[in-house]
Design a protein around this ligand. Structure first.
Ligand SMILES: [Ca+2]
Length: 367
């Protein structure tokens, strides 16, 4: 009997220890990510925007997506992608968020794929939009001209000769009146640009757009290797419309490519200025600010994290206490029902820990 108890207890201990070790490192890792530096500023906390993110299978059982519309030639392959255009001439398609993006600071990470059979005749390209208008088809990579806001064009077809190579990423800020200059691929209108051979790559191609209102817009691209981000451009003091829709569109003409959106992950975040000393008071105030900007899912996430930390603290303490107790009993002989006893103590110990009390107080102030 005793030996069976012993083996059970040790298996349970090992399992608990392993799972909570991984949980602990998971939490620690997430915390480290939250503190990403951004120039002199610090990205404090990030929060995924469900309303502006989309992943496979993209649609629900009604063949729709609650937060996104797609149209024209665009179609969904639920396992793989939202295909904006097939690799055929004269196609155009679009994907637009239904709600406007109102966050003042955000990161949008888009996995896309531009591919085709030809290595020398292909086009025209894919656009990412942050504009006042939405879902209005037109000639600019499948979307309306004279747009208000930002267009980031993944242009694969050079309409004229340039000193730089194509494919090229070109950002154009539209005022709602000026026409996009097709002839020179928006060269004279670009607020930022870089050349990057993102077509027919061996790795997943991704665009990462980081925006901090009144501060800057930065665009990075992954196309050489996994997690190898190439800085494309940064525009200082760029102002987007306060209410912008996030969209994607693509077009083919005489030449073609397939243009796919594989996933979109958007996050809003809070930025701490460099002079904000990382003391407790400041951390709290930025926590409250972050929450007040966002909906209940924010509170959920933070409450969830608190509970996980509390649970972790409680169980680690309980487990340690149980182990000590077990060792002690081993030493003085007779384990008996010690496994169960240890379990009870685990719970009791956790509930009384300072962490739980502090956490609930903290929570009730806010919620
Ligand atoms: Ca072009």
């Amino acid at each position: 009997m005793i030996s069976r108890h012993n083996s059970k207890f040790s298996w349970v201990s090992v399992a608990i220890l392993l799972s909570f070790t991984s949980l602990f490192f998971g939490v620690a890792h997430a915390a480290a990510d939250d503190k990403t530096r951004l120039g002199n500023d610090t990205i404090d906390r990030t929060l995924q925007l469900r309303t502006h993110s989309i992943f496979a299978p993209y649609i629900d059982q009604d063949l729709q997506n609650r937060w996104w519309d797609f149209g024209a030639d665009a179609y969904v392959n639920t396992n793989k992608y939202i295909r904006l255009t097939r690799n055929k001439p004269s196609q155009m398609g679009w994907l637009w968020s239904r709600l406007a993006l109102t966050s003042t600071n955000f990161v949008i990470e888009v996995e896309f794929k531009v591919t085709g059979d030809s290595s020398h005749l292909f086009g025209d390209g894919l656009a990412m939009w942050l504009t006042k208008e939405r879902a209005q088809p037109g000639p600019v990579f499948g979307s309306k001209d004279e747009f208000t806001g930002l267009g980031i064009f993944l242009d694969t077809y050079a309409n004229s000769k340039h000193s730089y190579s194509f494919p090229r990423i070109v950002a154009v800020l539209g005022d709602g009146k000026t026409k996009y200059d097709f002839g020179d691929d928006g060269d004279s209108q670009a607020v930022g640009a870089c050349s990057a051979n993102f077509r027919r790559t061996n790795v997943a191609t991704k665009l990462k757009v980081t925006y901090v209102k009144d501060s800057f817009l930065n665009v990075k691209i992954q196309y050489k290797a996994w997690d190898d981000w190439t800085d494309c451009f940064t525009v200082e003091k760029l102002d987007l419309p306060n209410v912008s829709f996030l969209g994607f569109s693509a077009m083919t003409g005489d030449v073609s490519d397939s243009h796919d959106i594989i996933s979109v992950a958007s996050y809003s975040f809070v930025v701490s200025p460099p002079d904000a000393a990382p003391n407790k008071h400041n951390q709290k105030s930025s926590f409250f600010r972050a929450s007040s900007h966002n909906d209940s899912s924010a509170s959920g996430t933070w409450l969830g994290l608190f509970f996980k930390l509390l649970l972790l603290g409680g169980v680690v303490a309980g487990g340690y206490y149980g182990w000590q107790e077990y060792q002690r009993r081993q030493r003085y002989g007779g384990f008996g029902g010690g496994g169960v006893g240890g379990g009870e103590r685990m719970g009791g110990y956790g509930m009384r820990s300072a962490g739980v009390g502090g956490g609930f107080d903290y929570g009730s102030k806010r919620y």
